[in-house]
Design a protein around this ligand. Structure first.
Ligand SMILES: CC(=O)N[C@H]1[C@@H](OP(=O)(O)OP(=O)(O)OC[C@H]2O[C@@H](n3ccc(=O)[nH]c3=O)[C@H](O)[C@@H]2O)O[C@H](CO)[C@@H](O)[C@@H]1O[C@H](C)C(=O)N[C@@H](C)C(=O)N[C@H](CCC(=O)O)C(=O)O
Ligand SMILES: Nc1ncnc2c1ncn2[C@@H]1O[C@H](COP(=O)(O)OP(=O)(O)OP(=O)(O)O)[C@@H](O)[C@H]1O
Ligand SMILES: N[C@H](CCC[C@H](N)C(=O)O)C(=O)O
Ligand SMILES: [Mg+2]
Length: 486
């Protein structure tokens, strides 16, 4: 493949050598460079690709793509660009022969609900016989192949490589989560989505290595609607208009509001010990009743959004109803089957918005007591800790503050921050640093009619401490606590 073909549609300057040369492969990690590779230098949060130029030249790279001034190495083509992440995305799309054009692509952005909605869409489409791939927080699914995820939205090269594999496997459609960091870092540049979805926007991901402020966060999310053909927007979200700033797509709306193109009405919450579900009526562009076996008003919106997308695929009402009836998403309001007369739920709420929606909606099921056990991740936005503490104290009867993934921070320091928030509200609380012990405490003290929510880690099967991931699975901890006692 010729280098200039990979650079099609891009603005660049060839500082040295010739862009019309053959390259063997496209690489953005120096450790993978081989003779004849083109190496794209990326300035990251931890490392800077430009620092590895001598190393890749030594390994025989044919060309390098740079975005800042460096000492020009000898005998190698040097391409200068403004934004190497963006360029990597376009080059990757060309390298894999634009696989997105051979798929129907659905991108979901929003602070919460992306993963859940993605699985709902996949489930409905597959129920109708449309082979659908998925890229998201939990995993990438390419037919039978399941790859655990590192990022919600992987690097552009991986996205394009995954799309190409999907095309090879006869997959027709792909649904993917478009994280704000992914949009910010140009991971999804180089192709147009057929559908873009906006679920909602709440305060999150500000600080640490993430967004500089809320405006930046909002602007990154709005990018999707300048990069898709049809935008599906949650009309009830207060940022719905802002997200559509400068949009270029056709817009359709969903929500509880009757102004939406497709809207939900007559919401019914169903609660029996060990079972929480929700039912509603779809109105507007489609009209039928839906019942799902996972709880929460937000799952009305998530499933309605999935219906609004699938409507474009001529899916029958019957197929939608059947697919949604059996939907379960790992670690999202996931009920742990236990013989007890109370309910235990594992959930991924790890920011203010999700914890508030979760506890508010579960309160509506009138549990005897609402118990919430959670911690916060280390080396992530500190705001989450104070806010989540306060929210839990305001909405749960008992908050059990424990550890999440401490990463490189001391668990006790994180707990201290959470407790500062907890103390602002009226709720009772205890602190138990060991997550296993904290869960055991909740199970040992459970009462009839309680709902115990174990929040923050959802599908995760590890606890990350000082760079090491130790096996830990909330489901196993619940079962161990329950059956270990009997
Ligand atoms: C802070 C951040 O966003 N980091 C992401 C970023 O890493 P980075 O580019 O900064 O990586 P880096 O280690 O500094 O390296 C820079 C460059 O040097 C190269 N390098 C490095 C070492 C070497 O020896 N040789 C070499 O060439 C690297 O290959 C890279 O090209 O780009 C990587 C590839 O896309 C991501 O995997 C990585 O995500 C890390 C793991 C992360 O934690 N990201 C979070 C903030 C994130 O992106 N989260 C979102 C949303 C999560 C949610 O759902 O809420 C997500 O989409 O996952
Ligand atoms: N539409 C929604 N609105 C508010 N909260 C939601 C919504 N859907 C799910 N939640 C809550 O947020 C948590 C995470 O949901 P989900 O994984 O679907 O969102 P996400 O956008 O993929 O989040 P992340 O960015 O962490 O991957 C759930 O466990 C639940 O507590
Ligand atoms: N993708 C998110 C997940 C956070 C989940 C929570 N368990 C934590 O470790 O903070 C992040 O990396 O910020
Ligand atoms: Mg997700």
């Amino acid at each position: 493949m010729y280098l200039n073909e990979l650079l099609e549609k891009l603005e660049y300057t060839c500082l040295q050598g010739d862009a019309h040369i053959l390259v063997t492969d496209l690489v953005y990690d120096s450790r993978k460079v081989k003779k004849g590779s083109v190496f794209v230098c990326i300035e990251g949060a931890v490392a800077d690709g430009h620092d590895y130029i001598p190393d890749v030249v030594e390994k025989g790279a044919a060309a390098i793509v740079i975005s800042k001034d460096v000492n020009l190495p000898k005998n190698v083509t040097v391409i200068r660009v403004d934004n190497s992440r963006r360029v990597l995305a376009y080059m990757s799309a060309a390298y894999f022969d634009h696989p997105a054009k051979k798929l129907i692509t659905i991108g979901i952005t929003g602070t919460k609900g992306k993963t859940t909605t993605a699985y709902m869409i996949k489930s409905i489409l597959e129920n109708t016989g449309i082979k659908t791939g998925l890229i998201g927080t939990i995993e990438t699914i390419i037919g039978d192949e399941i790859i655990p995820a590192n990022n919600t939205t992987p690097e552009s090269y991986i996205i394009q490589e995954t799309f190409a594999k999907m095309v090879d496997k006869g997959i027709k459609c792909v649904v993917m989560e478009a994280s704000s960091q992914g949009l910010m870092q140009n991971r999804m540049d180089g192709f147009t989505f057929d559908f873009g979805v906006f679920t909602n926007l709440g305060y999150d991901h500000i600080g640490a290595n993430e967004h500089k402020d809320f405006n930046d966060y909002l602007n990154c999310k709005s990018k999707l609607f300048r990069q898709c053909k049809i935008g599906l927007i949650n009309i009830d979200d207060k940022y719905a208009k802002d997200i559509l700033k400068d949009h270029t797509c056709k817009v359709e709306t969903f929500g509880f509001s009757e102004n939406a193109d497709i809207y939900a009405a007559n919401v019914e919450l169903v609660h029996k010990p060990g079972y929480l579900g929700v039912a509603y009526k779809v109105n507007g562009l489609m009209n039928f009743d839906v019942a799902i076996d996972i709880p929460g008003k937000f799952n009305v919106l998530n499933s309605l959004c999935a219906i609004a997308i699938c409507r474009h695929f001529n899916v029958s009402e019957d197929d939608i109803v059947k697919a949604l009836k059996k939907i379960k998403v790992r670690g999202r309001v996931e009920l742990v089957p236990l013989p007890g007369n109370y309910s235990v739920m594992i959930d991924y709420a790890h920011n203010a918005m999700s914890l508030k929606s979760l506890l508010t909606t579960i309160r509506e099921y009138n549990p005897k007591r609402l118990v919430c056990v959670f911690g916060c991740g280390g080396n992530r936005s500190k705001d989450r800790r104070f806010l989540m503490g306060e929210i839990s104290s305001n909405l749960a009867d008992l908050t059990v503050v424990t550890s999440d993934n401490p990463r490189f921070e001391e668990p006790e320091d994180i707990i201290k921050d959470i407790v500062t928030g907890v103390k602002k509200g009226p709720g009772k609380y205890v602190t138990i640093t060991d997550r296993r012990e904290a869960i055991k405490y909740c199970i040992d003290n459970a009462m009839e009619g309680d709902v115990i929510i174990i929040a923050g880690k959802g599908h995760e099967d590890y606890q990350e401490i000082k760079g090491v991931k130790y096996h830990m699975d909330d489901r196993e901890l619940v079962k161990e606590a329950y059956f270990g006692n009997r």
